[in-house]
Write a protein that binds this ligand. Structure first.
Ligand code: HH2
Length: 287
């Protein structure tokens, strides 16, 4: 059940995204080293083709990233990240769906918004100097604030919680409140518990099964579990064989209150969600 007071829409620039239906955010990594699709879409032509394929499969949002944030990943120089992402954004601006930029870099955020991006997706929750100012200066772009302690290079050493659900919830609430105090409309903000970021396998499992504990945040919840190592650990499967596990995780997450799923396999996720939405989601009266 979605809690009765869950938001019904998410403001993302010129798009007001209805949350009556679960949204699928398709991942487009233009990196050589992302953990599951690194090097597959890192030419402009390949990235454009993949984005169009994701939209054809039913993506509601395309999330473009130029820096891998897998555990242990080294930071990418800012200009390299910009050179990866901006030409792709420029080429995709006519797509019918909102574009999201997966970055923590303020200069890239600003350039992306100038090119028409509608969402800032930041695994560092706008904590880099200047990032919050970019979000504030935009009247209405959507914002994803994700929970992570530390940096990808060292975050797994920070995975210490007494009660991971409560601590992630309180951290996200504080960060959301800081943005609202800075003048940002809460209707623009989605929150993400950050599966795989500064969490052990046990923490990820506790968060997924306890996701309803984040409902009191009263913000749209976004989750990214697709192909992640927790699913590999649970199934014994390599990253190329985690589709079934990813679908199961996505369904469980939406059943526990997530309204946006960030996935690599858009078409299969849409099909799984269609069954869930028809049979398990709270239904309006059948005609
Ligand atoms: N996960 C990844 C990257 N960005 N953004 C949000 N909001 N939530 C997530 O869970 C999330 C994210 C990592 O996945 P991926 O992009 O596939 O890999 P990599 O970081 O290696 O590029």
């Amino acid at each position: 059940m979605i809690p009765a007071r869950a938001p019904r829409a998410w403001r993302c620039g010129r798009h007001l995204l209805s949350l009556e239906r679960v949204l699928v955010m398709g991942v487009l990594n233009v990196t050589p080293d992302s953990f599951s699709d690194g090097g597959r879409h890192d030419t402009l032509a390949a990235a454009i083709a993949h984005a169009h394929a994701l939209v054809a499969e039913g993506a509601d949002i395309i999330d473009i990233g130029g820096e891998s944030t897998r555990p242990g990943a080294a930071p990418v120089p800012d200009e390299v990240e910009r050179a990866r992402v901006l030409p792709v954004l420029q080429a995709l601006r006519e797509l019918p769906v909102p574009l999201s930029v997966d970055t923590s870099q303020p200069a890239l955020m600003q350039a992306a918004l100038d090119l028409g991006a509608s969402i800032l997706n930041d695994v560092r929750a706008l904590r880099r100097d200047g990032a919050l100012a970019v979000a504030r200066a935009s009247a209405d772009c959507g914002i994803v604030l994700m929970h992570m302690i530390g940096e990808p290079a060292d975050m797994q050493a920070q995975a210490r919680y007494q009660d991971v659900v409560v601590e992630v919830r309180d951290w996200l609430a504080r960060r959301r409140d800081e943005l609202v105090a800075a003048g940002i409309d809460p209707a623009r903000i989605a929150l993400d518990p950050g599966f795989g970021f500064s969490k052990t396998r046990g923490h990820n499992r506790a968060l997924l099964s306890g996701l309803r504990g984040l409902a009191p945040l009263d913000q749209p919840l976004l989750v990214g579990l697709s192909r992640k190592s927790t699913l590999g650990e649970l199934t014994g499967r390599p990253v190329t064989e985690r589709l079934a596990a990813s679908l199961a995780a996505a369904l469980l997450a939406v059943h526990n209150g997530a309204r946006i799923v960030r996935v690599h396999d858009v078409g299969a996720t849409r099909d799984a969600l269609a069954v869930w939405q028809a049979c398990a989601a709270p239904q309006p009266q059948e005609e």
